[in-house]
Write a protein that binds this ligand. Structure first.
Ligand code: BG6
Length: 520
């Protein structure tokens, strides 16, 4: 399809407030599971970006906690992580200053005795650096340790101290089905009040995801047509080209539905579908999201598709199939691709199909939401070109590129300048983040870490939301577990997923959009 683009000009950011009013109070951030990948690749680079932007308080400490006996090498390792994954020059002037705030404490997560020593260490650091009593505990361990750590923090009086604000950030996966999520919620809420609990979904920290609310509710022209009367269907795709990246044992237990659909994609869906919140505060936004999820009827198994990649070619390179990945069962039934159709039964969305798909080792990396509008009631331009890209009038399409090439494009028909025929060609208005606002190095965690330090829960999952989504997906997971997939692997690495996923849409006369990314 030929498209003509109208790109936005760079925005004038000189008047944008720098957020100086959003600096947290002095405090200690304690990261459990600090020797893992997440800390080095995401958390520390994000904290450094906050530090660079003067968004951390003058007095703070970061204490990494894990089982390995590490010393100063931990801070040095974090320094390397910041340089490598944070797009930071290794001689950056502020780097040494930042690293001096990092220390390490070896602890066996299951040993209650170690927590008394941890408490003493945190008190010592706080006194030495004159930091005060605020603490943020970040659980970045394997999920089986979450409950034990929370319990031990509670037993040492670290969850409800007499002074200071204490909160806990819990990484995903939050449970592996409805029962386990309920139990974990119960264990966490026995120690921390819900207002202290920050269940993280890093998608909510992405600028483009936050912009969904701004796009819908800071503009007057989209909301009136944001409904069943004008929208034909919605597609949400989270396609990755990477495989399981050495996380075989984790992924074997998770699969695409648990790993990405039940959380990240449902957040995207909620932000597309929610009613206007009465204000941008945590309770209002979370309430509206919950109403969307509660309006989704159970998903018939016939409306779901699962897939697993075999060997193939991704970005010109031969790659192995899932079953050949390190520490993956050679006979694995774990899905690396999931697609489904669901409905939202409320006045705004009744009758509008929502199609979701997520997969690893797909043809292209692209997370996108596309909203296809209905055709005009009468097509009067019927003398179209007989060949080329303009032979049919395409419906309006709004595509929101969550990543990469972040932006928003609106497709509409335009008359091709020619005197011989009334040719209508699709063109795109394309807003592109980088052109408008410059390149961003943020990874989504900056905003979430800052909000957690400030006590703002707007961009975090609430227990009701987590349980509602598990209630929706647990029956699908159970049905899949009860019936082994007949033909796995069923898609080549580097393709758009299994063929049966196409049939899912064909039944209602639709097709997956595979020309994802910035309009050509
Ligand atoms: C994580 C999943 O939550 O999200 C990963 O566990 C996935 O499997 C990742 O690759 C995708 O995140 P992003 O930010 O790269 O889209």
């Amino acid at each position: 399809m030929a498209t003509v683009q109208m790109r936005v000009r760079p925005a004038d950011l000189s008047q944008v407030p720098k957020g100086a009013e959003r600096i947290p109070d002095p405090g200690i951030l304690v990261i459990f599971g600090a020797s893992g990948d997440l800390t080095k690749r995401k958390l520390l680079p994000a904290l450094y970006h906050l530090f660079q932007s003067n968004l951390l308080p003058e007095k703070f400490a970061i204490v990494g906690v894990a089982r390995r006996p590490l010393g100063d090498e931990f801070a040095q390792d974090m320094r390397e992580g910041i340089v490598e994954f944070g797009d930071v020059d290794k001689s950056d002037a502020k780097l040494d200053g930042f690293v001096s705030h990092i220390s390490y404490f070896a602890l066996n997560f299951d040993d209650p005795g170690h927590y008394a020593a941890l408490k003493a260490e945190l008190d010592r650091i706080a006194e030495e650096k004159n930091i005060g009593p605020d603490r943020l505990f970040y659980l970045a361990t394997a999920p089986e340790f979450f409950a034990g750590i929370v319990q031990n923090l509670g037993a040492q009086g670290m969850a409800q101290p007499e002074k200071g604000r204490v909160a806990v950030v819990i990484e995903k996966p939050f449970g592996h089905d409805l029962d386990s999520a309920r139990e974990l919620n119960h264990q966490v809420n026995a120690v921390f009040q819900e207002s202290q609990v920050f269940r993280i979904d890093h998608y909510l920290g992405k600028e483009t995801v936050q912009n969904l609310l701004v796009f819908r509710f800071a503009n007057g022209i989209f909301e009136p047509i944001w409904k069943r009367n004008y929208i034909d269907h919605v597609q949400i795709t989270a396609a990755e080209t990477i495989g399981v990246e050495g996380r075989g044992p984790f992924y074997e237990k998770a699969g695409a539905l648990r790993d990405v659909v039940q959380n990240h994609m449902m957040e995207l869906l909620a932000l597309v579908a929610l009613e206007p919140p009465s204000s941008f505060d945590s309770d209002s936004v979370r309430r509206e999201k919950l109403k969307v999820w509660q309006a989704i009827p159970s998903i018939p198994i016939l409306n779901t598709v699962r897939g697993q990649y075999g060997p193939g070619i991704v970005d010109g390179e031969h790659v192995i199939g899932y079953r050949d990945e390190d520490r993956v069962n050679p006979d694995s039934s774990t899905e690396t691709y999931a697609a489904l159709q669901l409905a939202i039964e409320n006045w705004r969305w009744a009758g509008v199909p929502f199609f979701l798909r997520a997969g690893k080792r797909m043809k292209k990396r692209a997370t996108e939401i596309s909203i296809q509008f209905k055709q005009p009631p009468l097509l009067i331009f019927d003398r179209l070109a007989t060949s080329g890209p303009c032979t049919e009038i395409q419906p309006n399409l709004l595509t929101i590129r969550i990543q990469p090439d972040e932006g928003i494009a609106l497709r509409f028909g335009a008359k091709v300048p020619t005197t011989s025929e009334m040719a209508v060609c699709p063109v795109n208005m394309d807003f592109d983040y980088e052109t408008a606002f410059g390149k961003s190095t943020a990874n989504g965690y900056e905003r979430l870490l800052l909000d957690a330090m400030l006590g703002d829960q707007t961009l975090f999952a609430h227990r009701d939301g987590v349980e509602t989504n598990w209630a929706l997906y647990t029956p699908v997971l159970q049905a899949w577990a009860a019936k082994k997939p007949q033909v796995f692997p069923n898609y080549f690495a580097g393709s758009w997923g299994p063929e049966c996923a196409d049939h899912l849409l064909e039944a209602s006369g639709h097709a997956w959009r595979n020309d994802l990314g910035r309009p050509a």
